[in-house]
Write a protein that binds this ligand. Sequence first.
Ligand code: ADP
Ligand code: DP6
Ligand code: CO
Length: 357
Amino acid sequence: MARYEATVSAPVNIACIKYWGKRNTALILPTNSSLSVTLSQDHLRSTTTSSTSQEYEQGDRLWLNGREEEISKGGRTEVCLAALRQWRREVEDKDSAAPKMSEWPLRIASYNNFPTAAGLASSASGLAALVYSISQLYQLPQTPSQLSLIARQGSGSACRSLFGGFVAWEMGERDDGADSLAVQVADRDHWPEIHALICVVSDAKKGTSSTSGMQKTVATSTLLQHRIKHVVPPRMTEISRAITAKDFTTFARLTMADSNSFHAVCLDTSPPIFYLNDVSRAIISVIEELNRAALASGAGLVAAYTFDAGPNAVIYALEKDMPMIVQTINEFFPQSLDFPDPFGVLAQPSARPEGFN
Ligand code: ADP
Ligand code: DP6
Ligand code: CO
């Protein structure tokens, strides 16, 4: 009996202008636009195999890192699967020879090659890989931006992992979310000199998930209102311009300022959320000192730190400066580079379906 299968990998993306807050929790519509860099999938990636067969027992099933996860009724994964099935139905309606896969159960198995739920964007690569693998399985004609509408409903940050390079998630205005999607600002080849160093400070699962943390911030932080109205909108314009102009100093200034603004609204949440730890703060001090010395010598900024919802640092720098930065980090934090191959470089998320059988 026919069984169909597709395997893809999707990389993580690390935001320079952070998404933090939903205006609609069911559809995952954000309170501000955001912008990120998609890393090479040679480093941090989710690899997902989806398969379907008429012979499978009823009910969709999902395994994450070898352990079965429940697909809860009305939950985000189910929402994504329902939307993908709807698009598959349109394919089947147009082509009567197409197998009626939309009616068959799905089996999905995913592996992350890096710590899950530790603030290294596993929900971004994970949900992007899930949506992309099923779009391959179903042979859907939709574009990456259209697929980003579905990935967004799995995890907001996932919508940006459907593109390589520099990617904006435009918050949109509509109540139905049809204009809240990812667009590519520039591809990787536009600015290949930018590299990212991933410093794994802790691989432990975070105490407060991104989903619940941002809901508490929306409910209690007055500083968030200032951030979404007055801070983020001009930064989105400025950082897009900096990327277009390959202006690293402006890119770095905005990236560090926005990471600090995001962690400030976490602190302004009641009860306060602490994602950074002492090592994270020490990394900030070291990079600030490197930048101060560079400016004093008449050069531009050399590095930009950014932290997602966890203590782990991502440091953006130009390739020419990276050896000095790695050496400095290694000197100050001899333990912090024990994660295998901590070097990230940008790349297209060239997901590779293994084909149909
Ligand atoms: P992170 O900082 O790693 O993105 P989050 O709290 O945002 O942490 O999300 C972690 C959750 O994302 C996991 O508990 C799991 O539900 C989901 N997730 C992570 N990786 C995958 C994957 N490869 N496939 C499906 N879901 C995943
Ligand atoms: C700090 O996308 O993980 O990494 O939409 O609830 O799944 P959900 O949250 P998630 O939040 C990411 C927050 C962030 C910033 C960012 O990636 O823009
Ligand atoms: Co996440």
